[in-house]
Design a protein around this ligand. Structure first.
Ligand code: GLA
Length: 664
C-alpha cells in the first residue's frame, strides 16, 4: 500500500485540504461544492477534529452527518482523506477520565478547552482511540469516496503523569533488564541518584537543577516508541476493516518528539505539515528542508504534503502573509522534491474558534479574493502534473539526521546553550540548497554508499555502529564533513574517553579533539583562510590529517580549525568551529565541487531552485522555481507543463516544470 495507490485512485496528484463542513450550514456546503470544482480540489481531509460530533456520549455514535458529507463529496468528484479524531477528545471524555488528561513536567494537570489534551499512555485514552478508529473503519472502510486514512493529527503531547511513569518503567525494564544496568547506563553514581527499586524511577519531571542526560534521553526514546505504538494500534484497527492506505501527518521540522525514521516505516505514505518560519527565500529553503526530510523518512518513495497555509508564514510571533505567487511556488517546491500533491489547512477559513485567523483556501473575504484566485490557479497547475505521479527524486548528498543526537543535544548542562540541533541541520541543508543541489537526510547507521558527500552537523550522540559506519563510508571512497562537538557521547549519552569523536571516526578524520572551548559571547575568531567562526572552538590534534585552516587568535593560534584526511579511498573533513553562514556555504560548495556534484541545470543564478523528478520508465521533469526578485533565463528553452508551451525564461517569482526527456 503506497502513495501510488492514492494517486491511481485520484487519477493524478492530490490537491485540496482539511474540510470541516461541521462548522457551516447547507448553503455553504453547496458553495463549497462549486468552489472545489473551480479550484480543482480532488482530495479533502475530513473529520480531524470531529470526535465530539461523532461520539456525543461515550459509546453512542452519530455518523449520519458524516455519511451525508462523504456522499456529497463523492458525488462532487472529491475523494476523502478520512481522519480519526483522536487529537481532540471531547469534554465528556476528559470529565469521565480525568486520569487521561496530560500532566506537565511541573505537575500541572491540563484541562480541556484547547486540543491535544490527552495522555497518550492513559489506558482509557488508548482504548477510546482504538474504539473510535475501529468504528469509523467499520462504517467507511470501503466507502467509494475513501482514498486515504489520516490517523490522529500531529502526535506531540508529552505527559509526565503516573500512567506515563508506569509505562516508562516497563519500557526501561525491557531495555535494561536489571536496575544495575540502568544505574550504570545513566551514571547514577553521580549526585546520589542510584535507584534501589523500579518504583523509584520517575519521568524526568521538574526538579531542582540539571536533569540526568541518560534519563532525559531515554524518556524521549520511550515517548517516541509510545507514539509509534499508539499509531500502530489505530492503524491496525483500521486495517481490519479497510484496505485503503493509512498515514498520520508528521509535525513540522522544528518539533522532535518522535523518531521519524521509525514512524516513517509504519505509515503507508509519509505525510507532513509545513509552515515556514521566515518569509522570502528562507521560506523556500525551509520548504526544501521539510520536503527532503519527508522524502528521506519515506525511504525515497513519494510522500504527501498534507498541510500548508495559503497565506501563513510564522515569523517570531507574527503571522505573515505569503506574497503573490508563493502559494503556487511553495506547492511546487514540495512537489518538486517528491510530494504527490499539495494540500492545505484548511479549505474554508473558520469564522469562530481558536484558529479563526488562520489562513485558508477560501478566506473570510470569500472567493472574490487574491488568495482564492491563486488557489484555483495552483489547483489547475497541479492538475497538469498528473503524469508525474509515482516519479522520484534522487540525491548524491546526505545530511545525517538522528533523533538520538537531537535529544542528546537537548540535555541540560551542555557547555553552550547555543548548540542547537535543528538550526545546525537547517544550516547544513541550506548550504547544499544554496549550491542548487538536492540533499537527502540519512541515519548515521544507514547504508551511505550511494552518496558522494555526507555532512554530519551537530552529531553530538553517535553510537558505536554509527561511528564504524562512517569510518567504513570514508574508507570505501566517501567524503564526509564532521562538524564540531560530534561523536562526543555514545548511545547512553556517556562521554567518549581518550579524545573526541568516537574512535573509529577519529581514524577516518585523522584527528583527535583534546579540548572543547566555547567562545565568549560576541567573540568572533578569524581562521587562516580568512573565514570566521563564532560560538565554539576546539583544540584539535592532527593524527594524519592536514590542516586546511588554522586558528589565528588566542590560545589556539596556529592549531587546526578545519582539517582534511585522505583515508582509504575517501576523505574525512573536520570543522571545529561554527563558521559564519557565508563561509560555511563556501566550504560546502568547495566540497561539492571536490566530489563533482553540481546543480541539475547548471548556470542558473543563486536563488533559482532546480530539481528533477524521474519516472520508473525514465521520463524526467525539471522543476525550476525562481525565488528571486529578478527574472532568470533558462540554459536552453524547453516545454513547460504548466503552460503547455515553450519557455525560455522566468519572471521574478515564476515557476516552470520542464519536460526533461527520457534518461533511460
Ligand atoms: C497544524 C495542525 C492544524 C492547524 C495548523 C495551523 O499543522 O495540524 O490543525 O492547527 O497546524 O498552522
Amino acid at each position: 500500500m503506497t502513495a501510488r495507490r492514492l494517486t491511481d485512485r485520484l487519477g493524478g496528484l492530490a490537491f485540496g485540504g482539511d474540510h470541516n463542513p461541521e462548522q457551516w450550514d447547507e448553503q455553504v456546503w453547496e458553495e463549497d461544492d462549486e468552489l472545489m470544482r473551480v479550484a480543482g480540489v480532488n482530495l479533502a481531509t475530513v473529520g480531524v477534529f470531529s470526535w465530539a460530533l461523532l461520539e456525543p456520549e461515550e459509546g453512542r455514535y452519530d455518523f449520519g452527518w458524516l455519511d451525508a458529507h462523504l456522499d456529497r463529496l463523492h458525488a462532487n468528484g472529491v475523494a476523502v482523506d478520512l481522519a480519526t479524531p483522536t487529537a481532540s477528545p471531547p469534554p465528556w471524555f476528559t470529565l469521565a477520565h480525568p486520569d487521561a488528561l496530560p500532566v506537565t513536567a511541573e505537575g500541572a494537570r491540563l484541562v480541556h478547552g484547547s486540543r491535544d489534551t490527552y495522555c497518550l499512555t492513559a489506558p482509557a485514552y488508548r482504548a477510546a482511540a482504538r474504539r473510535i478508529a475501529a468504528a469509523l473503519a467499520e462504517r467507511y472502510g470501503d466507502h467509494p469516496a475513501l482514498a486515504l486514512w489520516h490517523v490522529h493529527n500531529e502526535y506531540a503531547t508529552l505527559c509526565y503523569c503516573e500512567h506515563t511513569a508506569a509505562a516508562f518503567r516497563m519500557w526501561l525494564r525491557d531495555r535494561y533488564g536489571t536496575l544495575d544496568a540502568l544505574n550504570e547506563s545513566w551514571g547514577t553514581a553521580f549526585w546520589s541518584q542510584r535507584y534501589g527499586s523500579w518504583e523509584q524511577v520517575l519521568p524526568p519531571r521538574a526538579t531542582q537543577w540539571h536533569r540526568n542526560p541518560g534519563h532525559t534521553l531515554d524518556f524521549s526514546r520511550f515517548f517516541s516508541d509510545e507514539v509509534v505504538a499508539a499509531y500502530r494500534e489505530q492503524r491496525d484497527a483500521i486495517r481490519a476493516h479497510s484496505d485503503r492506505p493509512v498515514t498520520t501527518n508528521l509535525m513540522m521540522p522544528g518539533y522532535q518528539n518522535v523518531d521519524l525514521w521509525k514512524l516513517g516505516r509504519e505509515v503507508d505514505v509519509v505525510a507532513i505539515d509545513h509552515y515556514p518560519d521566515r518569509p522570502g527565500r528562507s521560506a523556500a529553503a525551509d520548504a526544501a528542508f521539510a520536503a527532503d526530510r519527508a522524502r528521506s523518512f519515506a525511504g525515497g518513495r513519494p510522500w504527501l504534503l498534507m498541510e500548508q497555509g495559503t497565506s501563513t508564514v510564522y515569523d517570531r510571533g507574527r503571522t505573515l502573509a505569503k506574497e503573490p505567487g508563493e502559494i503556487l511556488r511553495h506547492s511546487l517546491a514540495h512537489i518538486a522534491r517528491g510530494s504527490e500533491g499539495a494540500l492545505f489547512f484548511q479549505w474554508r477559513q473558520s469564522k469562530a474558534g481558536a484558529e479563526q485567523w488562520h489562513s485558508a483556501m477560501v478566506p473570510h473575504a470569500g472567493p472574490d479574493s487574491r488568495v482564492f484566485r491563486e488557489v484555483a490557479a495552483t489547483g489547475a497547475a497541479v492538475a497538469r502534473l498528473a503524469a508525474l505521479a509515482g516519479s522520484v527524486v534522487t540525491a548524491e548528498v546526505a545530511v545525517l539526521h538522528d533523533s538520538d543526537a537531537w535529544w542528546g543535544l537537548s540535555s541540560d548542562g551542555l557547555p553552550s546553550s547555543e548548540l542547537d540541533y535543528h538550526s545546525a541541520l537547517r544550516n547544513a541543508h541550506r548550504a547544499v540548497w544554496d549550491a542548487g543541489v538536492v540533499a537527502d537526510f540519512a541515519h548515521p547507521e544507514a547504508d551511505l554508499g550511494r552518496y558522494r558527500l555526507v555532512l554530519a552537523p551537530a552529531l553530538y550522540l553517535l553510537s558505536d555502529a554509527g561511528a564504524e559506519n562512517l569510518r567504513r563510508y570514508v574508507a570505501d571512497g566517501g567524503t564526509v564533513l564532521v562538524q564540531h562537538f560530534s561523536g562526543v557521547v555514545d548511545d547512553r549519552a556517556q562521554a567518549r574517553l581518550g579524545g573526541y569523536p568516537a574512535a573509529p571516526l577519529r581514524e577516518a578524520l585523522g584527528i583527535r579533539v583534546e579540548e572543547y572551548r566555547p567562545l565568549r559571547h560576541g567573540e568572533r575568531i578569524t581562521l587562516s583562510d580568512g573565514s570566521h567562526g563564532t560560538v565554539w572552538s576546539e583544540s584539535v590534534r592532527p593524527q594524519g590529517a592536514e590542516t586546511v585552516a588554522a586558528y589565528t587568535d588566542g590560545m589556539l593560534a596556529g592549531s587546526p580549525a578545519i582539517t582534511r584526511h585522505d583515508f582509504g579511498a575517501g576523505h574525512g573533513w573536520y570543522l571545529s568551529t561554527r563558521l559564519d553562514d557565508a563561509d560555511y556555504t563556501a566550504l560546502v560548495a568547495r566540497l561539492l565541487d571536490t566530489v563533482g556534484v553540481g546543480p541539475v541545470l547548471p548556470g542558473l543564478p543563486p536563488g533559482t531552485e532546480a530539481v528533477t523528478r524521474v519516472a520508473a520508465d525514465g521520463r524526467r521533469w525539471h522543476f525550476v522555481l525562481n525565488h528571486r526578485t529578478e527574472p532568470v533565463q533558462l540554459p536552453t528553452p524547453a516545454h513547460d507543463l504548466l503552460t503547455d508551451g515553450p519557455v525560455a525564461g522566468l519572471p521574478p517569482g515564476g515557476c516552470a516544470v520542464l519536460n526533461g526527456g527520457t534518461s533511460l
